[in-house]
Ligand binder design. Structure first.
Ligand SMILES: Nc1nc2c(c(=O)[nH]1)N[C@H]1C(S)=C(S)[C@@H](COP(=O)(O)O)O[C@H]1N2
Ligand SMILES: [Mo]
Length: 156
């Protein structure tokens, strides 16, 4: 069934791009296809103080792995040069390293949240959740792009 342009405008989409063998576009409902995790998070904002939220969604690692980052998965050292750039629709962005979320390295349980405090993020867009962060600044809301980059170190 095709959606009207008006209906499509109401559903935020995020692009997985960069050094991926299967780049794709995902809506927030698409994120429900992966195993769902829950995180009760407290973080401090420099301007608005302590915030508490409950998020649910897939692990960022699971979603990006499905998009096929172009490293050799059997060689652990091959992953260490990959960066993950996460962008909000308002231009706020942050970089993570692949190793930070890799189960063989930092194992940070970073989520790509599909709900916050029980409310679906279908229209607002997915939100990055870093339960380990004391500060709220990397909890990027309204994600519209995630770019995986394995070429950063190629000039060194
Ligand atoms: N897209 C986007 N996400 C963002 C920001 C932003 O400016 N744009 N600010 C960050 C900062 S500094 C904080 S502290 C938290 C605030 O989350 P809250 O609105 O739930 O309190 O969102 C983060 N996510
Ligand atoms: Mo903040």
């Amino acid at each position: 069934m095709s959606r009207s342009p008006e209906a499509a405008d109401e559903v935020a989409e995020l692009a997985l791009a960069g050094d991926l063998s299967r780049p794709l576009r995902l809506t927030v409902p698409d994120l429900l296809a992966w195993p769902q995790h829950e995180a009760d998070v407290s973080f401090e904002c420099a301007t608005s103080g302590i915030q508490h939220h409950r998020f649910t969604g897939p692990l960022l690692h699971d979603v990006l792995a499905a998009a096929g980052p172009v490293f050799d998965p059997t060689r652990r050292k091959d992953r260490l040069r990959f960066l993950i750039a996460v962008s909000g629709a308002d231009g706020h962005h942050a970089l993570l390293s692949w190793a930070e979320i890799d189960p063989d390295f930092g194992r940070a349980p970073v989520l790509l949240a599909a709900t916050v405090d029980g409310t679906p993020l279908d229209r607002a867009g997915a939100q990055l959740v870093l339960p380990q962060d004391r500060c709220g600044a990397r909890h990027i809301s309204g994600i519209n792009a995630i770019r995986v980059d394995g070429r950063y170190a190629s000039w060194a």
